[in-house]
Design a protein around this ligand. Sequence first.
Ligand code: DGL
Length: 265
Amino acid sequence: MSGPILIFDSGVGGLSVVKALREQMPGAPLAYVCDNAALPYGTKADAWLVQRIVQVCRAAVAASGARVLVVACNTASTLALDALRAQLSVPVVGTVPAIKPAAALSRSGVIGLLATSATVTRPYTDKLIHDFAGHCTVVRVAADGLVDQAERLLAGEPVDDAVLEAGLAPLWRAPTLDTVVLGCTHFPLLRDLLNARAPRPVQWVDSGSAIARRVAQVIDQYSHRSSTKRDESWATDADRFALIRCLPDYGFLPPQRLAVLENAD
Ligand code: DGL
C-alpha cells in the first residue's frame, strides 16, 4: 500500500485524531479532508448524510491517492461505515464513542456520553452501550452547540462560555457520574475548557489513541517514511477561516477545494 492516511471529518474535529496519529506514527504521510460546506453533520437527516459522506470520501480518496481512510467523525461512523466499506476500495477505520474504555474506567458505574444529537440516538450507540456498558448508567447528552465552539477556538475566535456551560449542565445532574466520553471528535479540542468548567473531578475519555493504534495495525508499518512532500488537505468550502488558520498548525498545507460529484451513484 502507498499513499497517505486520509483523515475525514465534517470540520476541524478530525484534527484531534490527527494529533494522536502524529504521536503514534511520526513521519507517516497524512492528508486531511473536511466537508465544512455541510457542517454540522450532527443535525442533518440520516439518508442525506450517508449519501453525502460517501460522495465526499470517494472524491477525497481519489484526490489524495490515500491508502486508508480514517473516518474521524463519530456522527459519520455510527451511520455510514457499512456504506463506505461497500463503496470504497481502501480500508476504512471508523471512530465511535469510547464507551468500552469509559465503562472500564468508571468507579461509580455512572458515565456520561457527550456527543452530537445524531450520535446519542443512533442504534450503533445503543449497541455499544448494550455490549460494553450493560452494568453502567449512561447519561446521554446531545451537545451540538460545542461543535461550533471548537471551530471558533481553532479559528482563534473567542468561545462562548454560556454555550459550554449549557452543553455540560445535564452531566452534573447525575451526582455520582465520574467519567465522560467525548463522543464527538470536536470535543477533545475543547478538553481543557470543559475540564475547567467541571464542578468536580471527572475523567474525560476520547477515541484518538485507540484509532491511531488501529490505523497502525491496518497499514504496513514498514512503509512509513519521512516524506519530503508536505501533507495536503482538502475542504468542500476551502475559504473558511478556521481551516486556513489552523491546518498549518497541524502540519498540513492550506486546504484545496474538493469538488464533490453529487448523485454520482
Ligand atoms: N466531529 C463530528 C463527530 O465526531 C461531528 C461534528 C458535526 O456535527 O458536524 O461527531
